[in-house]
Design a protein around this ligand. Structure first.
Ligand code: AHM
Ligand code: MG
Length: 285
C-alpha cells in the first residue's frame, strides 16, 4: 500500500514541477469552454489538468480520477485501489495579479466520499513551491529545491490562533454569520484573505491557527467550495493538524456527497475558533 501512495506522490511531484513552469510562461487568456460549475476556464486550468491526468494515467494503482475542470469521472484501471479527486490549479485567475495559487488532491478508497478519504496533498505555487502531505496521521511539508522536494517540517495547529480568512460576498452573509466574524475581529483577529484557499489555508496552518470560512449565503445555500476537490482534502489536513473542519454544525468528512461536483459551506480552523462557530451555528438555520 505505501508503495502505491509513494507512486501517487511522485506523480504529483512530477506534475507540480511542470505546472510551475507553465505558470511562469503560460497564456492566462480565457478558453472558450466552461467547467461543470459554469466558470469560464483559463487555458492554464486546462493545461494543468491535462498534465495531471497524463501522469496519473500511467499508474495502475489508480482506479478513477475526477477533476474540478471535468464533468465526469475518468476511468484509469478497473483493478486499481485508489480514486483521486483534484483541483489542478485552484484560484488560477490570481496568476494574472501574481498572487499564489495551488493544486489540491484528495485520495479516496472505494468511493468518492468524505469518510473514504485516506490521504490529501496540496501544492502551493508562490515565491516558493511547497507541498503538504496528510497521510496516516502525519502532516508534513516539503519545499522544491533544485528539482526535488525536500522535507521542511511537520505541521501542528495551536489550540487558538489569531488569523481570520472570511470568504464569499459579505453582502450575502446572514446576519448571525456577520456578527460572528465581527466579534472575532473585535477580539483581535487579523484579516488574512487573498482569495486563494490554498495559500490562505497554508498561512493559517503555518502560523499556528485561526479560521478560514466559506459559509452558506443568501445566494449560495451550499457555499461555493467543492466537497471532493477542495473541502474534504482540507478537512483531513485540519483534522491531522489537531484542529477542526465543519460545515457549521457537522464534521465535513461526515457529509454525504450525492454528486461529484457538490459544494458545501465550510469552516477550517484551530479548535478554539471552530468551537465558537459550532456555538453560533447551533441555534441558526
Ligand atoms: P476556483 O476553484 O474557481 O479557483 O475558486 C475557488 C476559490 C478559492 O480558492 C477561494 O477560497 C475562493 O474561491 C474565493 O472565493 P470568493 O472570492 O467568493 O471569496
Ligand atoms: Mg478550485
Amino acid at each position: 500500500m505505501y508503495k502505491d501512495i509513494e507512486d501517487i506522490i511522485n506523480s504529483i511531484k512530477d506534475s507540480s514541477i511542470t505546472i510551475k513552469d507553465i505558470i511562469n510562461e503560460a497564456d492566462t487568456a480565457k478558453s472558450s469552454s466552461t467547467n461543470s460549475t459554469g466558470d469560464i476556464q483559463l487555458k492554464l486550468d486546462i493545461r494543468c489538468d491535462e498534465i495531471i491526468e497524463k501522469n496519473f494515467s500511467k499508474l495502475s494503482c489508480i482506479k478513477q480520477i475526477v477533476s474540478e475542470e471535468q464533468e465526469n469521472i475518468v476511468k484509469i484501471n478497473t483493478n486499481g485501489n485508489y480514486l483521486i479527486a483534484y483541483d489542478p490549479l485552484d484560484g488560477s485567475s490570481l496568476v494574472d495579479v501574481n498572487l499564489s495559487v495551488g493544486s489540491i488532491y484528495g485520495i479516496y478508497e472505494d468511493s468518492f466520499s468524505g469518510k473514504n478519504i485516506i490521504a490529501s496533498i496540496y501544492v502551493v505555487f508562490g515565491p516558493r513551491v511547497e507541498m503538504v502531505i496528510a497521510y496516516k496521521n502525519t502532516l508534513k511539508m516539503y519545499r522544491l529545491l533544485n528539482g526535488d522536494f525536500k522535507y521542511v517540517q511537520d505541521i501542528k495547529l495551536n489550540q487558538k490562533g489569531n488569523l481570520m480568512a472570511p470568504g464569499s460576498t459579505q453582502a450575502m452573509w446572514f446576519d448571525f454569520h456577520k456578527k460572528m466574524i465581527d466579534d472575532f475581529f473585535k477580539d483581535g483577529y487579523r484579516l488574512r484573505y487573498s482569495g486563494g484557499m490554498v495559500p490562505d489555508l497554508h498561512q493559517i496552518l503555518l502560523k499556528s491557527g485561526g479560521l478560514f470560512s466559506y459559509p452558506a449565503t443568501k445566494d449560495l445555500s451550499k457555499g461555493k467550495l467543492r466537497q471532493l476537490f477542495e473541502v474534504f482534502p482540507y478537512a483531513l489536513i485540519f483534522k491531522i493538524a489537531g484542529g477542526g473542519a465543519i460545515d457549521g454544525k457537522n464534521n465535513l468528512l461526515d457529509i454525504t456527497t450525492t454528486h461529484i461536483h457538490d459544494t458545501t459551506a465550510c469552516f477550517f480552523g484551530s479548535n478554539y475558533e471552530i468551537d465558537i462557530v459550532k456555538k453560533v451555528y447551533k441555534d441558526e438555520r
